[in-house]
Design a protein around this ligand. Structure first.
Ligand SMILES: N[C@@H](CCC[C@H](N)C(=O)O)C(=O)O
Length: 302
């Protein structure tokens, strides 16, 4: 990257936090190593992931969606790896577009690696600018017919295999502490079930159609929320509870509490899933790229 200073914002959705890099023309090269440094909570800005904001027409992975969605969410996990979709991220992405004046409240389409997602930005509440919830059409869940199991230490549970554009394994446990410290990724078997890795959600019941979860995210570790994970949890809970909307013939709604807040998720009889939650921008500034170069890189350029 030749540019020495680039703009950034910081935002979160239910405390799943992101470094946002606006780059409409896709002129910045942001390699995985730089993503990891920017997301580092001690040596960088800190974040569970990075949202690279690019016009679809300017990005080779999104140009085919440019007619349907002007903007592409080029999402990266905090270790620099690429993911297909980020449910909290797409709400924060929409909030950034609103704040930057690219869109107003109402409907917009966002291109992602999982396809185009329709987003609705609600009007502000009395709480101030950017306070209205953001609702995202998350598409349909895929339910591969493969038995999977999740383990932590010497304990193991059968898991629900749910695809939300990205892969999830959902386990129902008696206590969220059963997940342990989640510093390391839980074991998931068989390894062939998730060749690209997996996000793992641990879930407890709080009441009727009300659950709480913790998550270990592929590429980011334990986070305080995962939007796609919450949708996977909703789908798994509805199947477990005999509340499959396609059988009932009406929508089903679950409240999913995460360590960083609350998400409300509905599934329609046609399988379409909608998620609502907050999206907040908390800071804006400039990144001095020289400060993120390694000693070796500085030596090579200096
Ligand atoms: N936090 C996100 C999911 C981000 C991607 C995930 N770690 C993966 O690799 O699939 C969300 O809110 O959905």
């Amino acid at each position: 990257m030749s540019t020495e200073r680039i703009p950034f914002l910081k935002g979160h959705g239910t405390e799943n936090d992101f470094v946002i890099v606006p780059d409409p023309g896709n002129t910045f090269d942001i390699p995985a190593s730089l993503v990891a440094r920017l997301c580092d909570r001690r040596a960088g800005l800190g974040g569970d992931g990075l949202l690279h904001v690019v016009r679809s027409a300017a990005h080779p992975e999104a140009a085919h969606m440019a007619d349907a969605a002007e903007w592409f969410m080029d999402y990266r996990n905090s270790d620099g790896s690429i993911a297909e979709m980020c449910g909290n991220g797409v709400r924060v992405f929409a909030r950034y577009l609103q704040r930057a004046g690219h869109v107003t409240t109402g409907d917009l389409a966002v291109a992602t690696r999982a396809g185009v997602r329709l987003v609705h930005i609600a009007k502000d509440t009395d709480a101030g600018a950017g306070s209205g919830p953001v609702t995202v059409g998350m598409g349909r869940a895929e339910l591969p017919d493969v038995e999977v199991a999740v383990s932590v230490g010497d304990r193991s549970w059968p898991a629900h295999n749910v695809g939300m554009g990205n892969p999830h394994a959902v386990v129902f446990v008696d206590d969220l502490d059963d997940a342990g410290r989640l510093l390391d990724a839980p074991g998931v078997r068989p390894s062939t079930a998730y060749p690209e890795g997996v996000n793992v959600e641990f879930v407890v019941d709080l009441g009727s159609r009300h659950v709480a979860m913790r998550v270990h995210e592929r590429g980011s570790g334990e986070t305080r929320s995962c939007g796609t994970g919450a949708c996977a949890v909703m789908v798994a809970a509805a199947r477990r509870d005999g509340a499959d909307p396609s059988r009932l013939g009406h929508p089903v709604t679950y409240t999913v509490d995460v360590p960083g807040g609350r998400l409300v998720i509905s599934e329609r009889p046609d399988g379409g899933i909608e998620m609502s939650g907050p999206a907040v921008i908390v800071a804006e500034g400039t990144i001095d790229l020289a400060a993120f170069a390694t000693t070796a890189e500085l030596g090579a350029t200096g």
